[in-house]
Design a protein around this ligand. Structure first.
Ligand code: SF4
Length: 323
């Protein structure tokens, strides 16, 4: 599946990434062989239900979780296993923004100290008031509020503070883990517009993680759909929304409401019945077969590989395999 992972010129490339957690009941394969590459200026949407491993992918890229195996490269340089000193400047190039802006901001620090913290950690600098004010301006916050504490800000404003902090060191890649999921719908649109603007102005590359295909559609150039620790479909945005190839992608898309009420009334929803396998179960055959409305005999015997069945569209389903 090398085509899904065109590494030449990639800012970030992930190859055969596995993150397994040993537990008393067995091994949980949170991420089980994920490949993708992000080209400069691209946004890749990473979508799937809660627990599918998408956040663990991002956490392992920024070093919050240790990968079990696989390779992570930033601008062609392998980054796992490097010493802390070598890693520090590289890590500054990849910043993560979390879902819950309140939990990710220290409530005892002023917003100015929170935004200035990366300058202190990475460069030992304390005289950063002008930079803090400029970062606040860039994310649409009034710099006169910089001596206040996170609880004095709304959810949307707190997410803007988190973005200002992430931007402080001028990263190349932002890993956005459900950045708008905790916000009201009206505020979601504002933060997504801001993310769009920042990307254009600063030439950023995004990995945009969400459980909701509607949110990812607005932001992404390509979309990867994850199920039980694996990518089951990857394609450019228009292809995946117009002609989804994997039964799981079709089910996820059928749950997205359509703004036109006539189409919405006629819309066919695919209800996924059947159990998710236990997280520690050894999976035989296709991981989706227990819920797949199109499963057939071979699906219980053989796991489908992620294959390019049309130029640029990859899926892991026996139904799409070329004869
Ligand atoms: Fe469904 Fe079989 Fe395709 Fe898996 S391989 S998605 S079970 S049809």
């Amino acid at each position: 599946m090398s085509g899904a992972n065109v590494q030449a010129g990639a800012v970030l490339a992930v190859t055969h990434l596995k993150v397994h957690f040993p537990t008393k009941r067995g091994t949980v394969k949170a991420v089980d062989g994920v490949d993708f590459a992000l080209q400069p200026g691209e946004t890749l949407g990473l979508v799937g239900e809660s627990g599918c491993g998408k956040s663990t992918v991002a956490r392992s890229i920024v070093g919050l979780v240790r990968p079990t195996s696989g390779r992570i490269e930033l601008n062609g340089q392998e980054i796992q296993g490097l010493s802390a000193d070598v890693m520090r400047p590289l890590r500054a190039q990849m910043q993560m923004v979390f879902q819950d802006p309140y939990a990710s901001l220290n409530p005892r620090m002023t917003v100015a100290s929170i935004i200035a913290e990366p300058f202190l950690i990475h460069h030992g600098r304390r005289d950063t008031d002008p930079e803090v004010c400029e970062l606040m301006r860039q994310v649409g916050l009034d710099a006169s509020m910089r001596r206040r504490y996170p609880h004095e800000f709304s959810g949307g404003q707190r997410q803007r503070v988190g973005l200002a902090r992430a931007l402080a060191l001028n990263p190349a890649v932002m890993l956005l883990d459900e950045p708008v999921s905790a916000l009201d719908v009206s505020v979601q649109a504002q933060v997504m517009n801001l993310l769009d603007e920042l990307k254009r102005e600063r030439g950023l590359t995004y990995l945009f993680i969400a459980h909701n295909l509607a949110v990812v559609r607005h932001m992404s150039d390509r979309v990867a759909v994850m199920y039980l620790g694996r990518i089951v479909e990857l394609a450019d945005r228009d292809t995946i929304y117009r002609a989804p190839a994997h039964p799981y992608t079709r089910a996820l898309l059928s749950a997205v409401p359509v703004p036109d009420p006539v189409i919405e009334r006629r819309r066919e929803r695919i209800r996924l019945v059947g159990e998710l396998p236990s997280p520690t179960a050894e999976i035989r055959g296709c991981p989706f077969r227990t819920r797949c409305p199109e499963a057939f005999e071979r699906c219980a015997q053989e796991a489908p590989a992620l294959q390019e069945h049309q130029p640029g569209q990859f899926s892991a389903c026996h139904l799409n395999e070329q004869a």
